[in-house]
Design a protein around this ligand. Structure first.
Ligand code: NAD
Ligand code: 89Y
Length: 342
């Protein structure tokens, strides 16, 4: 198996997880790093032993010609960097949120399709092992046809200290975190046809919304509620756990606090502990997300080698991003938004 040579752009807060995961995965090596911020670039380069360091992405990609590029910057830079990769024929992974607008996202997908290069969005929450197991149990079919779903993320964890930009944007929780919950809803219940949304800002120190409640109509006929909050103080802080409820004609599934799975069907109720492993480089409470980074990056390597489209390809992610856009549109008017109109 030839070793794949990757390059990473953006040496910030979250990219460390990506670098740790690349180091754990066999058959891949990050050969070059880029960040506009020389201090961050140097720190990442030294911590991970990568001597090839660039402050300019185009110079890095032209000089090092990697097998793929991992774009770990924030959304405003994504379109230019993905189009740069496409123009050089380099497969790309792009962090979420994929783009600030649907027009940008569609242009990025089109550029990669024209160039014939694979494009995956680093939409990792559906790769969390408890969510994978939940989907496998749902697929077993013992709860019958699902008619209701809920994907819920409620917390008061201080995300602003590690990611200060989250407090500054006009849009916050749906674009940053709700995007994952909406993607999980798609992963479990299929694509949505319409969404109805209510939003609020509870924390007066931030600019965007920190609470959102969304009702989705799914093409498969069921309805789901996707709710998220960074203003919810609980007896037990659950960050970053996503809780899930699924009711079917013959039973139900719950993914509850502490990664506890309950399945009720004709055979009675059974429980599973779906606590994710604590990887050597991971730390609580982030270990759930950190494991999903390893799993999505492994998926990328497999799909790149096999010539398959990744599950969370740019094309697929247009549906998740459309839900985000529709949620903001609908929150302004109070009316349902058809996804076909986004
Ligand atoms: P950050 O601001 O800490 O890091 C981004 C880095 O990119 C900065 O060091 C910046 O200098 C660099 N950068 C920006 N534009 C550049 C360019 N054109 N060329 C070179 N360097 C450039 O941001 P972060 O908190 O690490 O977040 C990065 C992305 O990861 C965001 O989109 C965020 O939503 C996402 N994120 C994802 C998860 C997840 O679970 N998937 C979790 C946290 C953050
Ligand atoms: O940026 C967010 C994400 O993608 O996962 C959690 C987070 O870091 C804060 O909401």
């Amino acid at each position: 198996m030839n070793e794949l040579r990757g390059a990473l752009i953006g040496c910030g807060f979250f990219a460390r997880n990506q670098m740790n995961a690349w180091r754990d995965l066999p058959g891949v090596r990050i050969v070059a790093l880029c960040d506009r911020d020389a201090g961050r670039l140097q720190a990442m380069g030294e911590d991970f032993g990568v001597p090839a360091r660039f402050t300019d992405a185009e110079a890095m990609l032209r000089e090092t010609r990697p097998d793929f590029v991992d774009i770990a910057t924030t959304a405003p830079s994504h379109r230019a960097l993905v189009e740069l990769a496409a123009s050089l024929g380099i497969p790309a992974i792009c962090q979420k949120p994929f783009a600030p607008t649907m027009a940008d996202a569609r242009a990025m997908v089109a550029a990669c399709e024209r160039a014939g290069v694979p494009l995956m969005v680093h939409e990792n929450f559906r790769w969390q092992s408890p969510i994978r197991r939940l989907r496998a149990v749902l697929d077993e079919g013992t709860i019958g046809t699902p008619f209701f779903g809920r994907v819920s993320f409620r917390s008061a964890f201080d995300v602003y200290s590690g990611q200060p930009y989250l407090a500054e944007g006009e849009r916050f929780i749906v674009e940053d975190l709700g995007i994952h919950a909406l993607d999980i809803a798609r992963f479990l219940f299929g694509d949505a046809t319409a969404i109805t949304t209510r939003m609020a800002r509870v924390n007066p120190l931030i600019r965007g919304e920190d609470v959102a409640t969304m009702l989705l109509d799914h093409a498969a006929g069921l309805h789901s509620v996707v709710d998220c909050s960074y203003a919810t103080r609980l007896e037990e802080e659950l960050f970053p756990q996503t809780l899930v409820e699924i009711d079917g004609a013959l039973g139900s599934i719950r993914l509850g606090p502490g990664y506890r799975l309950s399945v009720t069907d004709a055979a009675g109720t059974r429980h599973e502990d779906l606590s994710p492993p604590l990887l050597a480089w991971a730390s609580r409470p982030w270990h759930n997300i950190q494991e999903s980074v390893l799993l999505i990056q492994r998926h990328w390597l497999e799909t790149l080698r096999d010539g398959r489209e990744p599950d969370t390809s740019g094309r697929d992610n247009l549906q998740t991003l459309a839900l985000v856009e529709a949620a903001y549109q609908g929150a302004r008017t109070g009316l349902p938004v058809a996804l076909a109109d986004v």
